[in-house]
Design a protein around this ligand. Structure first.
Ligand SMILES: [Fe+2]
Length: 245
């Protein structure tokens, strides 16, 4: 299944207004279809790295390694890709919406947390880890909104991994929360510098290896700003150049 077909099917699923368990089950089944073959994602990344208008439509988020693939016109769902450049996990965070997540290329990991405090003390959060799951490529899981979905995700290998997330309409306005379990604190997210194009180039090299097809062509590299290509070549063998925690 390609991205356009997935969007149509997901839109139809939401149109049926299923209750939460059925929505999450149906969403996971559709996502598993989308995860079956990552060729469509390589083609997406090619456009992402060379087409300024295509990139401008996908502004950076609080996650350095996130690329927005699609947002429905009525904002009922968004599809996000995450490029994990190492086995490190992202910071612990919550989400403003329900979601379904899955691994597209190489395995991913998700650690879930439960909140023990009542949320009344500003900036304070007492978390307990409740699970540590691994997803092979093609496997999916669910994310619940707000305090019920506090988690962190990442790759499990010392090479680039790709995962996808589909999230529903926000039920809380504003940014997500980042948690510090050891310090028992949380912060509202703030913007960070994005290295998404560098990660996208590295993802294309991994997709070349996996699919045996040339995506990072010399003509594509020549069309890029020299600074971007230099940065990509400089960090190409570095384990965690993006600073993604
Ligand atoms: Fe998340």
């Amino acid at each position: 299944m390609k991205l356009e077909e997935f969007c149509d099917c997901f839109n139809r699923l939401l149109g049926e207004r299923p209750k939460s368990p059925l929505l999450l089950d149906g969403g996971q089944q559709l996502l598993q279809e989308l995860l079956r073959d990552p060729t469509w994602f390589a083609e997406f990344l090619q456009k992402f790295v060379v087409n300024p208008e295509f990139t401008a439509d996908r502004p950076a988020s609080v996650f350095n390694n996130e690329i927005r693939l699609y947002r429905s016109p009525d904002r009922s769902f968004v599809i996000l890709a995450y490029l994990w450049d190492s086995r490190n996990l992202c910071p612990v965070h919550d989400h403003n919406a329900w979601g379904v997540i899955g691994a597209l290329l190489h395995p991913m990991r998700e650690v879930k947390y439960r909140r023990l405090d009542d949320g009344r003390a500003e900036g304070f959060a007492d978390l307990e880890q409740v699970s540590d799951l691994g997803f092979q490529a093609g496997e999916t899981g669910i994310v619940l909104p707000l305090d019920k979905g506090i988690h962190q995700t990442g790759g499990t290998l010392d090479r680039l991994s790709i995962s996808l997330g589909v999230y529903g309409r926000s039920i809380r306005q504003g940014l997500i929360h980042f948690f510090d379990p050891a310090g028992k604190r949380f912060l509202r997210a703030a913007s960070r510098i994005s290295f998404r194009k560098v990660l996208a180039l590295k993802a294309l090299t991994c997709l070349e290896e996996t699919l045996g097809e040339k995506f990072l062509t010399s003509s594509l590299l020549q069309a890029l700003p020299p600074d971007l290509v230099r940065e990509f070549q400089r960090i190409h063998s570095s384990p965690n150049p993006s600073g993604v925690a």
